[in-house]
Design a protein around this ligand. Structure first.
Ligand code: PLP
Length: 370
């Protein structure tokens, strides 16, 4: 039996009529940009996260770089960010000319909260946390640190729609919560989409202005903004899907709990869950020093898997100019060599999960063969 790494069709096919009806309705409305669907989504998503406002944007990267632009973080400023993240988090900082200062992760793949303060300098303006793989960062400690040092706190929630830390949703702790609605995210559209959650009217108005060429009133431009709008079609699809988000996340938990109970192999390290948080399992990430061999082995048996991410941002060609040397972030670099994300999607069958579990339990690296 083949098991793909992801399969977005299981959920779509279950609610096909509803999605297609909404798609037709939007096409027949004659209104395709910044209309009722976007307004409805912004209100409902803000309510879901527990913030006053949400602003729909074109994608997650725009949410990130516009955040720092609007907060006034630019050349000469430093932003503290975890080193083990998708490169988009870092680009959100560097597009503005600011400098990322990398912090190693803890055992939950979150920024190590105990290593943040030692990186704060006179130039530090903000901390960007990434709720990677759907697990929450240690938000109580981090909120205390940013308050104490008067720093902005921005959350990259591209993988954590609906995740809660001590009962509070990610995206509601900091000044700005940045979301991506790329199709494979926990709340995914049928193309690109993004948004921010904020609690002040000033930030709400700023994002609305920046996403629309810097104008509050059409053709009266106050700042050099951009074109980054969530479109009616994507917002309409998200309005349908938002109702199912909790159920979608619950189903990911079902799969992950089955993996946690079933996978028993001394060379495969299972992910750990923070006690204070309710993760939404964007990925189920195991670690093994035999990662590449393990990935090939699964592939041979028709089991898909993905490395999130093979090259940490500081070692990517794009960031050679930062001059952060190889070996300077040893935990991040080891993790990048050992992580592998297992198949995980809504509606995985028992047979599919068993196929993955049995294959993993039978894996013996060549170096350990008798
Ligand atoms: C997907 C993702 C982004 C970028 O979102 P896009 O919508 O693809 O631009 C940013 N940060 C993280 C952690 C992501 O997973």
């Amino acid at each position: 039996m083949k098991v793909p790494a992801n399969n977005l069709l299981r959920h779509y096919e279950e609610h096909q009529d509803e999605y297609e009806k909404k798609a037709l309705e939007i096409m027949r409305s004659g209104n395709y940009v910044l209309g009722n669907e976007v307004e409805t989504f912004e209100q409902d998503f803000a309510k879901y996260i527990g913030t006053k406002y949400c602003v729909g944007l074109g994608n997650g990267l725009d949410a990130l770089w516009l955040s720092f632009r609007i907060l006034g973080v630019g050349p000469g400023d430093e932003v503290i960010v975890q080193a083990n993240t998708y490169i988009a988090s870092v680009m959100g900082i560097t597009i503005n000319g600011a400098t990322p200062v990398f912090v190693e992760p803890d055992e939950y793949h979150s920024i190590d909260a105990d290593k943040i303060e030692e990186k704060i300098t006179a130039k530090t303006k903000a901390v960007l946390v990434v709720h990677l793989y759907g697990e929450c960062c240690e938000m109580d400690k981090i909120v205390d640190i940013t308050r104490k040092h008067n720093l902005y706190l921005v959350e990259d929630c591209a993988q954590s729609h609906g995740a809660t830390f001590k009962g509070q949703a990610t995206g509601s702790f900091g000044d700005i919560g940045c979301f991506s609605f790329y199709p494979s995210k926990n709340l995914g559209a049928f193309g690109d989409g993004g948004g921010v959650t904020v609690n002040t009217e000033a930030l709400y108005k700023a994002f609305r202005m920046y996403r629309f060429y810097g104008s509050e009133k059409r053709y009266y431009n106050k700042v050099v903004g951009t074109n980054s709008r969530l479109d009616e079609f994507q917002a309409g699809m998200l309005n349908v899907k938002l109702k199912y988000l909790d159920a979608l996340n619950e189903d990911r938990r079902r799969v992950c709990n089955t993996y946690l109970a079933g996978i028993k192999n001394p060379v495969i390290q299972l992910p750990k869950c923070r006690k204070d948080s309710k993760a939404v399992w964007h990925q189920f990430v195991v670690m093994t020093p035999y990662r590449d061999e393990f990935k090939d082995y699964l592939e041979e048996q028709g089991i898909g898997s993905i490395i999130h991410y093979p090259i940490p941002p500081h070692l990517s060609e794009a960031y050679a100019y930062l001059n952060v040397k190889k070996g300077s972030l040893p935990i991040t670099e080891r993790v990048a060599n050992e992580v592998l994300s297992l198949p995980l999607f809504y509606g995985m069958t028992q047979a599919e999960m068993d196929t993955v579990i049995d294959a993993i339990n039978a894996f013996v690296p060549k170096a350990l063969e008798q």
